[in-house]
Design a protein around this ligand. Structure first.
Ligand SMILES: [Zn+2]
Length: 275
């Protein structure tokens, strides 16, 4: 999750996280496939016919950055998720996925120690988030430990706001112009990146290895191509499609009412600006 995922293109009020999340959830519900009954790959747990393992690096990448993904438990149940791609791309012990909504020092002492370290950084938006490219280099062989929150925007925000220890590390953000390759799972807006893409960009900046982004996101390319070959269409973000009249399906009444409300509020504040 990073700062741009909150941005609005002007049609909806900024920072309306609830609204974006409603869209995100709704759109994902529509696109996820029901593939569970087919034989699955032991490693990626995808159906064998759409396994992305051949697209992982031949040898797990020797990254210096250790990554902790604090994952909302519901994220695990999604068919299309990217944290496992990161996990399997790097050397064992470099990526840790910890699932919970409640991170307390008593329950997760190891995570508490990590979050307490001055070399640990949390990718999370905010006025106090430092651009990751502006972090000072660490002395000697030391490297930063990167923490990401994985889930929908609303779930990630919940993990952040409800757990004091998650607020301990220095917050960082990445500036990027990349459009998500994750075209299958509709993104809340056009500049949202998947967890894998965000981590790949962050690591490539921290370690000054620009080629890492392409190498690490290859399984994601493959997954999207598989999905498209199996009948999915590339999704523009739901927000983009609704705002540009490209959304063809019937929207739930509840969402429509909410949108009308948001729109009239936005119109009102636009008018107020012009006065
Ligand atoms: Zn596989």
């Amino acid at each position: 999750m990073e700062e741009n995922s909150r941005a609005s293109n002007g049609c909806f009020p900024e920072n309306n996280d609830d609204f974006l999340d409603t869209i995100f959830e709704y759109a994902n519900g529509e696109t996820e496939e029901r593939l569970e009954r087919r034989p699955v790959c032991d490693r990626c747990r995808r159906p064998i016919t759409v396994c992305w393992c051949p697209f992982l690096p031949t040898e797990p990448l020797d990254v210096k950055t250790e990554v902790y993904i604090l994952q909302h438990p519901f994220e695990e149940s999604r068919c299309l998720r990217t944290a496992p791609m990161l996990y399997h791309s790097v050397r064992p012990g470099k990526c840790h996925i910890v699932k919970s909504k409640k991170f307390r020092p008593g329950r997760f002492p190891e995570i508490a120690t990590v979050l307490q370290s001055p070399n640990t950084i949390l990718l999370y938006p905010g006025d106090d988030a430092v651009d990751i490219s502006e972090l000072p280099s660490l002395e000697g062989d030391a490297f930063y430990t990167l923490v990401l929150l994985d889930g929908t925007w609303q779930q990630a925000k919940g993990i952040y706001t409800q757990n004091a220890m998650v607020k301990w590390p220095q917050k960082v953000k990445i500036s990027h112009t990349m459009t998500s390759k994750y075209v299958i799972r509709t993104q809340p807006n056009d500049t949202s990146l998947s967890t894998l893409e965000t981590a790949a960009i962050a690591i490539s900046i921290l370690e000054n290895r620009p080629t890492l982004v392409d190498i690490m996101t290859r399984p994601l390319d493959a997954l999207c191509q598989f999905q498209m070959a199996h009948g999915a269409v590339a999704h523009q973000s739901k927000q983009h499609r609704i705002e540009n009249g490209l959304w063809e399906k019937k929207l739930p009444q509840k969402l429509l009412r909410k949108m009308e409300k948001q729109q009239s509020k936005a119109d009102f504040s636009d008018d107020a600006d012009k006065r």
